[in-house]
Ligand binder design. Structure first.
Ligand code: ASP
Ligand code: MG
Length: 392
């Protein structure tokens, strides 16, 4: 029997009513003759709520500390465990055999970078055993276990990566990612009303979009899919639960290489570090597990951006960084707008449109063949996003 991996995001399992719709569709997929592995996110905003609790516990000591990353992972992994157990109960209540498994029980082995760990390998023996026994296997997304046997989490939005990595390890036929949007658009349809649905995308463009801050798919999920050639189908849960079909975006090796998309990341910091302090910057960033994104060295200083979604308690973490790096300037309250697509950052005609749309608003612009990215004040982002999308 062909194996299908389905992943459900937080909004698709936000309450019991939604969870039962998911259970119906999971059972229908199984009864259509598939072996089914389901990967779930935490319910609704559960991860944010747990994170807020952790920050309050850390603040209670009055020393301005961020919560230790190891403990964050112990806490955050609970969100997905709640969903997996409830969904398994709901599926069994419909007369199908099911079993819920944590990330470590599913053999998701990661490095030990807590709060933003990378999957190193997947040993899915337990999952395979349960499938052989005819069960629907329901896996907690976003979590794994390091070689040191510590519980880790995979970075915000990381359940997508669990799903794709499992799909690859199980040689699944496909990986279906369900959420509250019916695929990937040329801009975020919630903020750009004219955004166009993209029926197909190639891995490279999708990965670049995700790395520029598009939340629709986790960047590392696309990286895995590309390496292992697993097609990702992004769908809206409601369409499939109600009708068994709907619009989708298929992300695969050969799809839609001419696609263009505008991607906004509201959650960025801009750093300026004098040459003399670069050794301290890199040492402190390494110690705090911070990854720099775009960088340029000019006039005796490095300017670089830092995506904040992989940073726990950004203000506390950045204050600690500043105190260790002499002359470091950190600008908060900025975000980035990118135009993504093959050739988008190299073709003069595209660059002319980009600069035409943004004028003199950007604080800084980075470009590479696949992307042009402007860093702007947060207050300017919405207008820049709309102006840039109007050029597509
Ligand atoms: N629950 C985690 C998050 O909110 C992981 C996920 O949803 O993919 O980031
Ligand atoms: Mg997500």
């Amino acid at each position: 029997m062909a194996i299908v991996v389905q992943k459900y995001g937080g909004s698709s399992v936000a309450d019991l009513a939604k969870l039962s719709q998911v259970a119906d569709w999971v059972v229908a997929t199984k009864r259509a003759g598939h072996s089914v592995v389901v990967v779930v996110s935490a319910m609704g905003k559960a991860t944010d709520e747990l994170l807020a609790l952790a920050e309050r516990a850390a603040e209670s000591g009055g020393r301005g500390q961020a919560p230790p990353r190891r403990e964050l992972d112990m806490l955050l992994s609970v969100g997905e465990r709640t969903t997996m157990a409830l969904l398994s109960i709901a599926v069994q209540a419909r007369g199908e055999a099911a079993v819920s498994l944590t990330g470590s029980q599913s053999g998701i082995i990661t490095n030990d970078r807590h709060f933003d760990a990378r999957i190193i390998e997947v040993r899915p023996h337990r999952v395979e055993d349960e499938l052989h026994h005819g069960k629907i296997v329901i896996v907690a997304g976003y979590q794994g276990m390091s070689y040191r046997r510590e519980i880790t989490t995979l970075g915000r939005g990381g359940s997508d990566t669990t799903a794709v990595a499992l799909a690859a390890a199980l040689s699944a036929e496909r990986c279906e990612i369900y959420s509250d949007v019916d695929g990937v658009y040329s801009a975020d349809p919630r903020s750009v009303p004219g955004a166009r649905h993209l029926p197909e995308l190639d891995f490279t463009t999708m990965q670049e979009m995700a790395e520029s801050g598009a939340k629709v798919l986790h960047a590392r999920a696309v990286e895995w899919a590309k390496q292992q050639n697993i097609a990702i189908l992004a769908r809206r849960t409601e369409d499939y639960a109600a009708r068994g079909e709907g619009r989708e975006t298929r992300v695969h090796a050969s799809g839609g290489a001419a696609a263009r998309a505008v991607v906004v990341d509201r959650n960025v910091a801009l750093l300026r570090c004098p040459a003399s302090a670069l050794p301290q910057l890199f040492a402190a960033a390494e110690q705090a597990d911070l990854a720099l994104r775009d960088g340029v060295y000019v006039d005796g200083a490095l300017r670089a951006t830092l995506g904040l979604s992989a940073v726990p308690s950004p203000p506390t973490t950045l204050a600690a960084l500043s105190s260790r790096v002499p002359g470091l300037e950190v600008t908060l309250g900025v975000g980035s707008v990118s135009l993504v697509g093959v050739g988008a950052g190299a073709e003069p005609r595209e660059l002319a449109r980009f600069w035409g749309a943004l004028g003199e608003r950007p604080l800084l612009v980075f470009s590479s063949p696949l992307r042009v990215t402007a860093v702007l004040l947060q207050a300017e982002l919405a207008a820049a996003e709309a102006a840039l999308h109007a050029q597509l």
